[in-house]
Design a protein around this ligand. Sequence first.
Ligand code: NAD
Ligand code: MG
Length: 333
Amino acid sequence: MAHPFTLQLSRRTVLTAATATLAASTLPFMAQAASTLSKAATMENPTIKYPKPPFETQSQPFPGLAGKMTPTPDHGETSYQGSGRLTGMRALITGGDSGMGRAAAIAYAREGADVAINYLPDEEPDAKEVIALIEKEGRKGVALPGDLRDEAFCEKLVEDAVAALGGLDILVNNAGRQQQAASLSDITTEAFDATMKTNIYAMFWLTKAALKHLQPGSAIIQTTSVQAYDPSEDLVDYAITKAAGMNFTKSMARQLGPKGIRVNGVAPGPIWTPLQVSGGATMEKLVKFGSDTPLGRPGQPAELASIYVQLADPQASYATGQIYGAAGGSGQP
Ligand code: NAD
Ligand code: MG
């Protein structure tokens, strides 16, 4: 039996078809309105759109691969549809192999941008898939692996991206390290340093290097987190860095506003990515991941792709210094 939601959509589709026939014989603007209406037929109930907990316990060594997760995350591979919102723009996305970075990379390419991605060498299998997806859109896909904890590498990464893309208009500081630890005494100085270097220093180094190239109209986007506002007891070092990303977004928006460069952030809630299965969450938390949100499930990276597009889109020209939340109804902002 068809789901009641499907039935409702079928009636809408019939209505849309009738309107289209009428419009075709009257005015062109009415035909346009009808085609806009027909888009509503892709409406889906967000509570049942994607897998819900309980999830299988699963663990991978850091940094993990999206391709080895069960269920496999959705980054919009088969669903994201572009409409030319970023035509001709050039983007560098860190952590572009998997998770939110991969969803942004796919969406940017489908919106007409050329995209360079950075990732760790161990993530080559995920990265290869992303480059193939970008190239399938007829866009340039540039793979630039390397460790962001190194200042010289960050500078080289930006220069290599600029050389390969012919310039830079969008920088997405998205790479992140999250390793849960029950007690402060479980966080070694080495681990603390790795989290700070990956999540804060790299953002600083990359932005500084990118500013030599970004022109008015460019956009910088940070992936921060609900952890910036509402930190968990076992993510102390990580949450510090996400608060730093949120704060950096706001100070840099003020500094760069007069130069015409916009700076915004995305604050995801629980999203189904390798970060969570490679030390980011306990198995206890992973099994019920996302169950405490009003939508009753974790988000999928694909569900955030349009936010990354919106923040990069020159049409969002008055949005700067903002943090856009996507937390399934819980968390802040
Ligand atoms: P992910 O594992 O897919 O992405 C993180 C990426 O960071 C990795 O793919 C890796 O390429 C990169 N990375 C880590 N250390 C690196 C290093 N030293 N050098 C170069 N690259 C490195 O997971 P994700 O969840 O999509 O993470 C993307 C961003 O989203 C992170 O900043 C994370 O803090 C943030 N975030 C995630 C969640 C969530 O629930 N998944 C929630 C809020 C915020
Ligand atoms: Mg990855």
